[in-house]
Each structure stands twice: as C-alpha cells, then as structure tokens.
Write a protein that binds this ligand. Structure first.
Ligand code: NDP
Ligand code: 8X3
Length: 257
C-alpha cells in the first residue's frame, strides 16, 4: 500500500459532496490538500475543519474550472511548497435538467460541457506536465455510471461522462511509461447537492431521486478514491464502478416506497 502522508492532492469541486468528502479522506491520511471550487467561503470552512480534525496542511483556492486563464494562473502560481502535485482529483461537475434533448435548454448544455469536459481538460493539461517531469503522479477522474450507459433526458450529461471515460482511457495510453497513473471512479446515485443543482434548486424533486432506497454517500465514493490512490506504484485501478446496492444500473433501482 502506498502511504498518502505529505502527498500533495489537488481536488476540484471540493466545496460539496464527493469532492468535500474526498478532501477530508485524504487529509485524514496525512495528505496536504489543495481544495478548489467557486464558493470560497465553503472552502474556508472546510479548511478549518481539516486543520481541526486532521491536523494536516490545506490550501483553499477559489477556482472556476471553466475559466481557462484562471486555471493556468492558479496552477502556475501555486506557492512553491504546494507546486509539486502528486495526485489530481478531477471531480468538479454538474448535471442540468432531465429534459428530452429536442426540448432542452441549450445554456444547461454549455454549462455541462464547459465544466465536465473542458474544465477537466484545462486542469489536467496544466497539472500533468509537472507529474511527467517528476516521473510520478496519479490522475483520478470522477466519471459516472452515465459514462457507461445513456438514459433518456440525459443526452448531454451522459455525453460529458462518456467523454470523461474516453479522456481517461486515452490519457492512460499517452502517459504509459511516465510513472503517472490514470484512474476513473464512476458512481451511481450519490446523495449530494448534485440533484439540487440538476433541478435548479428544486429540493423536493431532488429528494425524490433517492426516495425508497439508500443511496451512496460522498464518503463511500471517497473510500473508493482512497483505495485507488493507495495501490502500490506497479498497480493501477483503471476503472471502478460503485453503485448503491439498491441500484442495478442507470435505469433500474429497487425502491421500498
Ligand atoms: P455536488 O453538487 O455536491 O458537488 C459539485 C462540486 O463541483 C461542487 O463543489 C461545486 O463547487 C463544483 N463545481 C461545479 N461547477 C464548478 C466549476 N465551474 N468550477 C469549479 N467547481 C465547480 O455534486 P457531487 O459531489 O455529486 O458531484 C461531484 C462529481 O461527481 C461530479 O463530476 C458529478 O458529475 C459526479 N457524479 C455524481 C453522482 C451523484 O449521483 N451525485 C454520481 C456520479 C458522478 P462550486 O459550486 O462551489 O464551484
Ligand atoms: C450522476 C448519476 O445516474 O444521475 O452521475 O447519471 S446519474
């Protein structure tokens, strides 16, 4: 098992859900976490929690992954002691709506494509060269079951997660022999703010997504990420699909009510 002590971990979308749980999980293992998202006040709160609970170093940074220049500047200007990133967690992402493609809102498509695909690419493009130079690193993408299956109303979200799956596979080939590993962790239903964001703040509709079953938590996914990150250097988890026990695939779930 590889120790995470003092490893520098850069996490996107750390202000909520899976990203937040993942930051805490790495911090508990003694890693130094760079936590990023747009809501800086939430990151400041998380940084305080990490310092108190885990007594590990943390650097909160406001970052919108859709902004190409901002991504480049933040990564180029990291304080020297934070600049040698060991592990990148590409987690920032969102879904917008569940409408039929031919009736859907185009702005939501732009948001999903800009965040889930382009944002992931910008961050990866700026961090991976340093890993290659040092001959060591690990990129862990948060994909989705929506990167393996396609469901009605999810054309663009599913397309973005299929893109993440393709990028993961191609990047792994590009990095062969460099010492940089690439993994993807692909969850089914996880109860976070994801559905609240997907339904533009409609909390009732969001709650119904998880009605009558026990969904995954951010912590469940964080556990899977830690498993990937702690494999010895000669072993790589290419892909991990993690689902609630009550969910068979993107379409079929067993609900008690
Ligand atoms: P949350 O809504 O709880 O968290 C999403 C995170 O992404 C927030 O921290 C948000 O921060 C950040 N984010 C969104 N847009 C941007 C942006 N433009 N720049 C930087 N950060 C951004 O949802 P989850 O934790 O569930 O989602 C995390 C990832 O997991 C996503 O990629 C999602 O697609 C994926 N996923 C989720 C599943 C689920 O069922 N919940 C299942 C499978 C995959 P802020 O708003 O502060 O910028
Ligand atoms: C989020 C899970 O099933 O809503 O990626 O696409 S799902």
């Amino acid at each position: 098992m590889t120790s995470l002590k003092n490893k520098i971990v850069f996490i996107t979308g750390a202000s909520s859900g899976i990203g937040k749980a993942t930051a805490l999980a790495f911090a508990k293992e003694g890693a130094k976490t760079i936590i990023t998202a747009r809501r800086i006040e939430r990151l400041e709160e998380l940084a305080a929690e990490i310092k108190n609970k885990c007594n590990s170093e943390v650097l909160p940074l406001k970052l919108d992954v859709r902004n190409k220049e901002e991504v480049k500047n933040i990564i180029e200007n990291l304080p020297k002691e934070w600049s040698e990133i060991d592990i990148l967690i590409n987690n920032a992402g969102l879904g917008r709506g569940l409408n039929k493609l031919y009736e859907d809102d185009i702005d939501g498509w732009e948001e999903m494509i800009d965040t889930n695909i382009k944002g992931l690419l910008y961050v990866t493009r700026n961090i991976v060269p340093g890993m290659v130079k040092r001959g060591n690193g690990h990129v862990i993408n948060i994909g989705s079951i929506a990167g393996h299956e396609a469901y009605g109303g999810g054309s663009v979200y599913c397309a973005t997660k299929h893109a993440v799956a393709a990028i993961t596979r191609s990047l792994r080939i590009d990095l062969l022999g460099t010492g940089v590993r690439v993994s993807t962790v692909d969850p089914g239903m996880v109860e976070t703010e994801f559905s609240i964001v997907r339904f533009y703040g409609d909390e009732e509709r969001a709650k119904n997504v998880y009605k009558g079953l026990t969904p995954l938590t951010g912590e469940d996914v964080a556990d899977a990420v830690i498993f990937c990150a702690t494999r010895p250097p000669h072993a790589n988890i290419n892909e991990m699909i993690i689902m609630p026990s009550a969910q068979a695939n993107a379409f079929i779930a067993y609900r008690t009510e």
